[in-house]
Design a protein. Structure first.
Ligand SMILES: [Zn+2]
Length: 194
């Protein structure tokens, strides 16, 4: 019995083209947004990507993308893919464990209900997002699920900083393109409320 989650074929080549270190938050987010766009355009998953970096040096650990439909796995969101890839690569289940540098997760929007939990469990010390408002759901039709009303304060209480609105408009541009396309919005129960 085994579960296998894979990145798309193009991802390794794209990763290889990136510098080893991305010093600014804008550079890190730009790389993540590019992956989100490629994933949607190449029909290899939803318009979402995430990157794990060493917070202080900008050293790139890995960038992952949404793989729900290609891997037939509803939990294969970009954040879960990326955190799992980083943990496998570094050989740890806790990215904030003993001797680890502070790790940062950069995502092209606020994590959904599930990924918020994954962030909490991952050990990252910093969460950087392009935005947290209703734009994502309005532009794409995805249902992100119920988020804790004090989600940011709850992360802060646990030593996780939250930085918002990094390349907000660039992220929304990809969501708008997705919403304007005929791509499948893979909500659970097809989004039914009853
Ligand atoms: Zn998610």
């Amino acid at each position: 019995m085994q579960v296998t989650l894979t990145m798309p074929d193009w991802a390794s080549a794209e990763m290889a083209q990136l510098p080893t270190h991305l010093p600014t938050l804008e550079e890190r987010m730009a790389a993540v947004i590019r992956f989100s766009q490629l994933n949607f355009e190449r029909n290899t998953g939803g318009p979402f990507a995430a990157g794990v970096f060493e917070r202080d040096t900008g050293k790139l650990v890995v960038i992952g993308v949404n793989r729900v439909m290609p891997t037939t796995c509803s939990s294969a969101h970009a954040e879960v893919m990326t955190l799992s890839l980083a943990q496998q690569k570094l050989g740890v289940y806790d990215l904030g464990g003993p001797g680890m540098p502070a790790h940062q997760l950069v995502v092209n929007w606020r994590p959904c209900a599930m990924c918020y939990g994954a962030v909490h469990w991952s050990g990252i010390r910093s969460l950087v997002i392009a935005g947290s408002g209703p734009e994502l759901e309005e532009l794409t039709g995805f249902d992100e699920g119920p988020i804790h009303p004090d989600w940011k304060a709850e992360l802060n209480k646990r030593g996780v900083e939250v930085i918002e609105n990094v390349l907000h408009d660039e992220a929304c541009r990809v969501f708008r393109a997705f919403g304007d396309s005929d791509a499948v919005v893979y909500n659970g129960r097809q989004g039914a409320s009853t």
